[in-house]
Design a protein. Structure first.
Length: 327
């Protein structure tokens, strides 16, 4: 039996590196494509090849087109919502045009690979949706980042219908875990871990009652492996091959802070800052479809995942409190 080949774009980043390792553990011969603008070479495990390329480049397209991949897990992206607001053109360049470069190259491959796209289950639905949001919920993103993810999903649906490509979208809730960068990715769990280790107050915006759906990165990686090989419904409208990947459980920022304080055994105080205009207040997703079709459900409970994450941060170099905070 020939070895299955997989390509992970953004595979030197936080989520992508876990996806690459999970695919390798499942028997895939894995290549990572990453320009290392936010990813780290150290995140790429031994035995996994790294191609240092920008997803918008002709070289990246050539790799996808000629690499003989059975699956492309496309995670490379500009992921900072604030940067997308500050410079929507730059965000669209990477998140829309870069994704199109990968999709077109996959279409032109002698045997087009399955493309598993990492989308967003929070930003794509917006605050007009009544959680828990299912895949058919109306979509009205609040940021250029969310708009770009939704636009790419429309392109995927087009490639599935018109070009008969094998495509699937995974809409992540708020992913957390080891390797998350508190400086570059604005992940509240990572930021709180660093602040607890540095004895710096935990700062939240507004009253701290805004909710998110926190899902552990190992569970997200496993969802990618399942999506790479699962029997899928026929390609059709936008949501046919889209799956929410979360827990279905809302957790407020204050609850999250208290859980991390327990894990850390720390009494570090919580400080409140002014609410941020336009911030989404309630977000959690329904995962019934992922359970039914992909046979996926989260295995790592929030407290267990927080403990694993905090322990990882504790093993790293002496922390410095990040210059920004998140909620």
């Amino acid at each position: 039996m020939s070895v299955r080949r997989a390509l992970v774009t953004g595979g030197a980043g936080f989520i992508g590196s876990h996806v690459a390792e999970a695919l390798a553990s499942d028997g895939y011969d894995v290549t990572v494509l990453d320009d290392l603008s936010s990813g780290r070479r150290a995140n790429v495990a031994s035995g996994i090849r790294l191609e240092e390329l920008d997803i918008r480049s002709p070289e990246a397209a050539g790799l996808v087109r000629t690499g003989g991949f059975a699956v492309v897990c496309h995670l490379a992206a500009q992921i900072d919502v604030r940067k997308s607001v500050a410079d929507p053109v730059a965000d669209a360049s990477r998140n829309i045009l870069g994704s199109l470069n990968i999709l077109e190259a996959a279409r032109q491959a002698p045997k087009p690979p399955r493309v598993v796209f990492s989308s967003t289950g929070g930003a794509i639905y917006g605050d007009f949706a009544e959680p828990p949001s299912d895949e058919g919920e109306s979509k009205d993103p609040e940021s250029p980042y969310g708009i770009a993810k939704l636009a790419t999903e429309y392109y995927l649906a087009y490639y599935g219908r018109v070009h008969r490509m094998d495509v699937v979208s995974l809409r992540y809730a708020n992913v957390f875990g080891p390797r998350q960068d508190p400086h570059g990715e604005a992940g509240v769990v990572a930021i709180f871990c660093q602040r607890l280790l540095g004895g710096t107050p935990l700062t939240v915006f507004g009253d701290g009652r805004q909710t998110r759906d926190y899902v552990f990165v190992g569970d997200v990686a496993r969802a990618n492996v399942l999506a790479a090989g699962a029997a899928l419904p026929a390609a059709g409208r936008l949501d046919e091959r889209a799956f929410n990947i979360g827990t279905g459980v809302p957790t407020s920022v204050l609850e999250l802070a208290a859980s991390l304080q327990r894990v850390a055994g720390s009494g570090t105080k919580i400080e409140h800052a002014a609410a941020r205009p336009g911030e989404q207040q309630r977000s959690f997703v329904s995962i019934a479809k992922a359970l039914s079709v992909l046979k996926w459900a989260p295995k790592v409970a929030l407290d267990a995942g927080l403990r694993t994450t905090f322990d990882w941060f504790r093993t790293q170099a002496t922390p410095q409190a990040p210059s920004h905070v998140a909620s």
